[in-house]
Design a protein around this ligand. Structure first.
Ligand SMILES: [Mg+2]
Length: 366
């Protein structure tokens, strides 16, 4: 048995400008995103890299927690004890970070541990987890609330030419009618049968969502995402009783318990866990198993370069979001979509290998 003891953990922090500012109803205008990396080096010389990301804020706090609070608890530990190490470091910072920053910090470490685990097994992540096909159904998730209707439609056309056949657009205009009109225009553009979803980024109340859902039903909308605050589980239960289209959410849930409440109390239809903000692959798999118990398909939010391997691994995969933060552009493999399908990489490990030279210009570590 090789020596799997953790010898050292190196971190990275990158602030990367988006090609253009992106607007949604919750975050306003976003000009940058952050990537925080953790590379774990074992005594036997093997290395694994994990990461998390943000919409431009909070990354320094995540980095600080990793460096000051998590790394000291990991040096000298056996890296094969992935779930136990995840638990130990989660408990360590729960008091100040429960279901918040700690879920991002733990994610970066956990994903690095999974990279080491898959490399030791000499398998790509999706095969390690028991996947039988590398194909994942996906959709283009636009952050397009700031686009004029003309630009919105042009962008959808551009994405269709790139191989997409399912789309999600943002809601949250001042007048509900404008949201409905924009959605109807996209539906007209793509025809009656392609999948179309809408996302209000927690900017509505229950009444607005119920009213809008009647219109969305006519437009054959697959789901209405996050119409209200993510942790208002009673509100979601009411949406379940009164809305005429299915409800999706999950990007703002950062623990297993929160996801349980969303499914059990809120009775959502499409859970959307994101490994980057949920304690990593360990946290994501727990939510995926929970969804199985509720007979729900698992969808994802963000980090498609990693989620493609997780969705490929499970029998109850829903749809993967191709998010507008192009993390994959800074790795050795782009996530490409053909006829709405992305494929999981056969690279041994988690399948996300950063191109450090491409990231270097965005190094913002103090
Ligand atoms: Mg969303």
């Amino acid at each position: 048995m090789e020596n799997r003891i953790i010898k050292e953990i190196k971190t990275g922090y990158y602030l990367i400008p988006l090609d253009e500012p992106l607007v949604d109803a919750e975050h306003g205008s976003q000009a940058n995103f952050e990537i925080i990396t953790a590379t774990i080096i074992l005594e036997d010389g093997s290395e694994g890299t994990g990461y998390t990301y943000t919409g431009g804020y909070g990354g320094q706090a995540i980095l600080g927690m990793i460096e000051q609070d998590l790394i000291p608890a990991l040096i000298g530990k056996d890296a094969t004890a992935v779930e136990n190490l995840n638990e130990d470091i989660t408990v360590r910072v729960n008091y100040v970070g429960r279901g918040g920053i700690s879920s991002f910090a733990v994610a970066a470490i956990d994903i690095a541990l999974w990279d080491l685990r898959c490399k030791a097994a000499k398998l790509p992540l999706w095969k390690f987890l028991g996947g039988k096909s590398n194909e994942v159904e996906c959709y283009y998730g636009g952050i397009d609330l700031g686009y004029s209707q003309e630009k919105l439609l042009d962008n959808i056309k551009k994405q269709m030419a790139k191989g997409h056949n399912a789309f999600k657009i943002k809601l949250g205009k001042k007048e509900l009618q404008e949201d409905i009109d924009r959605t109807a225009a996209v539906r007209k553009l793509i025809g009656p049968s392609m999948k179309l979803m809408v996302d209000a980024n927690a900017s509505w109340d229950v009444q607005t969502a119920v009213r809008a859902s009647a219109e969305f039903k006519k437009l054959n909308i697959l789901w209405l995402e996050e119409p209200i605050e993510a942790r208002d589980y009673e509100g979601y239960a009411e949406l379940n009783r009164r809305c005429e289209v299915p409800i999706a959410m999950g990007e703002n849930l950062h623990s297993l318990l929160q996801h349980r409440y969303a499914m059990q109390l809120g009775r959502i239809d499409f859970p959307e866990p994101d490994a980057s903000n949920l304690g990593g692959i360990t946290g994501w798999l727990r939510v995926a198993n929970l969804a199985k118990a509720f007979n729900l398909p698992v969808c994802t939010h963000g980090m498609q370069e990693l989620h493609v391997s997780l969705l490929a691994a499970i029998p109850h995969a829903g749809f993967m979001e191709i998010h507008c933060f192009p993390i994959d552009r800074y790795t050795k493999r782009l996530v490409e979509v053909k006829n709405g399908i992305a494929t999981a990489p056969d690279t041994i490990g988690i399948g996300v290998e950063f191109d450090w030279e491409k990231l270097a210009p965005y190094n913002a570590k103090k």
